[in-house]
Write a new protein. Structure first.
Length: 200
């Protein structure tokens, strides 16, 4: 097993599938083997299993599971807080101890795949991402959509319209994960057929 790979649909050469703007990012190197490459490149013992690798046009995010810290924590509120603190400390230690090697691996991966690399670690329900990219995305919204964003801001759910839009996208991703997966698989099949061309 080389880790689960998540990400958008790509055609030959790592290109994004056609949309209103046609083929995009045609100059990006292919990244189909990124999870396997990282699995082979990462030092043994960093993670308890192969890391999850998430890829889009700008970034590769690598999140690995760390061994849980030893400790006999009670199941009450105090024990859960102590466990969470111990997990946060373990993740912080991993981040500091592996910093230089992670930078070198990221440099190699960026050269190979043409994308920035970000890291994260997980212990149980505790997850921390390190220096992930925040990429601006321009969009035009009509008044009904703007009112939705302003309602989220006015209610204190989000700090700004951009924060509200990011919140809405995260919500869709959480509740439509299966549907999005099916959509990506369907688009990948279309791309495969397009690459083959007519055989008759």
């Amino acid at each position: 097993m080389v880790g689960r790979v998540h990400g958008g649909w790509r055609g030959p050469g790592g290109r994004r599938g056609p949309g209103r703007g046609g083929w995009q990012q045609a100059d990006l190197p292919p990244c189909d083997d990124a999870a396997a490459w990282l699995h082979g490149r990462l030092p043994d013992g960093w993670f308890t299993d192969a890391p999850d690798v998430t890829i889009d046009r700008e970034e590769i995010v690598v999140v690995g599971e760390l061994a849980a810290p030893d400790g006999d924590y009670t199941d009450d509120e105090s024990g859960r807080a102590e466990r969470a603190a111990a997990e946060a400390g373990r993740i912080s230690r991993f981040r500091e101890q592996t910093r230089e090697e992670r930078i070198e691996i990221a440099r190699q991966a960026e050269h190979r795949y043409g994308r920035k690399v970000a890291w994260g670690a997980r212990i149980g329900d505790s997850v921390e991402l390190f220096t992930v990219a925040s990429v601006p995305v321009m969009t035009r919204l009509r008044q009904p959509e703007r009112i939705v964003l302003d309602t989220l801001v006015d209610a204190g759910v989000a700090r700004s319209r951009s924060d509200a839009l990011a919140w809405a996208v995260r919500l869709v991703g959480q509740h439509a994960d299966d549907w999005l997966g099916e959509l990506r698989a369907a688009m990948a099949k279309v791309d495969e057929l397009r690459a083959k061309g007519p055989t008759g």
